[in-house]
Write a protein that binds this ligand. Structure first.
Ligand code: FES
Length: 300
C-alpha cells in the first residue's frame, strides 16, 4: 500500500533569529547616539542573527542541502538502484532570489547616500595650529584677547576669539589658560567683565587686545549667561563651562591647538584641575545623565 501524504505539511517552528536580528539593529541605532562600540556590537549581533535567520529561511524553502536517506527498495533488500534527483520549487527560488536582489539594490542605493551625508562631518575638519606670536605678547597674570583666523584658507569666516592668560611656570613648563569666547548656551560671543580695552596689536591676521583691568569674569549679552574668571558657569542658561584651547610653545612662540569642552574647573591658574571632554556644540551637556542624549561628536 502507498504511504499517505501527511495532512499537515511540515512547517518550521518559530525562530528566535529575527528577534536577535532586530535587537542587533536596535543596538546599532542606539549606538549611533551613544557610543561607537555599541554600534560595532549591534552590527555584529545583527550580522550573526541575520545569517542564522537567512539560513533557516533557506532551509524552510528547501534551498539548502540536507542529508539524504537512501530510499529502500520495494522488496526490502537494500537501497534502490537510483535515488530521484533533488529538485527545488520555482516559487521558492523566485521568492528568495527576489528578496536577495532587493537587498543588494537597497544597499547599493542607500549606503552611498548615507556615506555622502554623514562622512564629511567626520573627515578633515580640524583647524591647523595657529601661531599667536612670541610669549612676550602675553604678560604673566593678565588676560589678552586674541582674535585670529582658525583656518586662513577659509578666510574671515573662520575668525575666532580667545581669552589668553599667561599663568607663569608650572614646574619648568609655561602654563596658559586659553578660553574660547563661544557661550556654552547657544554660542553667542561672551565678553570679559572689564573696562573697554584700548591697546591693539595686529600681526598678519592675529590681533591681540590688552585689557586695562583684570576682568572679574565673562558674561554673555544674549541671554544673561555668566561665567567666573576660569570660565565656570555661575548664572544663566549655559549648560557647562566655557570651552578652552590646547596650546604648545614652539621657538618661544605660543601656538594654539585644538579646542575642547570643559564641564568645570576646580582651582585657578596653573594649578587648576580642568575636567576636559571632546569638543561639544553649544548647549550640549558633557557629563551627567543629560550627556547621553547627545549624538557622537564629529570633529569641529
Ligand atoms: S547664548 Fe549665551 S546665554 Fe544664551
Amino acid at each position: 500500500m502507498e504511504p499517505r501524504a501527511p495532512e499537515h505539511p511540515h512547517v518550521p517552528g518559530p525562530s528566535l533569529w529575527p528577534v536577535g536580528f532586530a535587537l542587533g539593529i536596535v543596538a546599532l541605532l542606539v549606538g549611533l547616539v551613544v557610543n561607537w562600540w555599541i554600534v560595532v556590537a549591534g552590527g555584529v549581533i545583527a550580522v550573526i542573527f541575520g545569517f542564522l535567520w537567512a539560513r533557516d529561511v533557506a532551509r524552510g524553502h528547501g534551498l539548502t542541502e540536507t542529508a539524504e536517506v537512501e530510499p529502500e527498495r520495494r522488496d526490502g533488500h537494500g537501497p534502490a538502484a537510483e535515488a530521484p534527483p533533488r529538485t527545488y520549487g520555482r516559487a521558492a527560488f523566485l521568492e528568495v532570489s527576489t528578496l536577495g536582489i532587493g537587498a543588494v539594490i537597497g544597499g547599493l542605493v542607500t549606503l552611498p547616500a548615507l556615506g555622502f551625508m554623514t562622512l564629511p562631518a567626520f573627515l578633515k575638519q580640524r583647524d591647523p595650529p595657529r601661531d599667536l606670536g612670541p610669549l612676550s605678547n602675553f604678560p604673566e597674570g593678565e588676560f589678552v584677547v586674541a582674535t585670529f583666523m582658525a583656518n586662513p584658507a577659509q578666510g574671515e569666516v573662520s575668525r575666532r576669539t580667545a581669552f589668553v592668560r599667561n599663568n607663569g611656570l608650572l614646574g619648568t613648563d609655561p602654563s596658559f589658560t586659553i578660553i574660547s569666547n563661544h557661550c556654552a548656551h547657544l554660542g553667542c560671543p561672551v565678553q570679559p567683565n572689564t573696562a573697554v580695552p584700548a591697546q591693539h596689536k595686529t600681526v598678519n591676521d592675529v590681533t591681540l587686545i590688552s585689557l586695562p583691568t583684570p576682568p572679574s569674569g565673562f558674561s554673555c549679552p544674549c541671554h544673561g549667561g555668566a561665567y567666573d574668571i576660569e570660565g565656570n558657569r555661575i548664572a544663566g542658561p549655559p549648560v557647562r563651562a566655557l570651552d578652552r584651547y590646547r596650546f604648545s610653545i614652539a621657538h618661544g612662540r605660543l601656538v594654539l591647538g585644538a579646542a575642547f569642552s570643559v564641564s568645570k574647573v576646580v582651582g585657578t591658574g596653573a594649578s587648576a584641575h580642568i575636567y576636559t571632554y571632546d569638543l561639544h556644540f553649544p548647549g550640549e551637556h558633557v557629563d551627567g545623565l543629560e550627556s547621553w542624549l547627545y549624538p557622537l561628536q564629529p570633529p569641529h
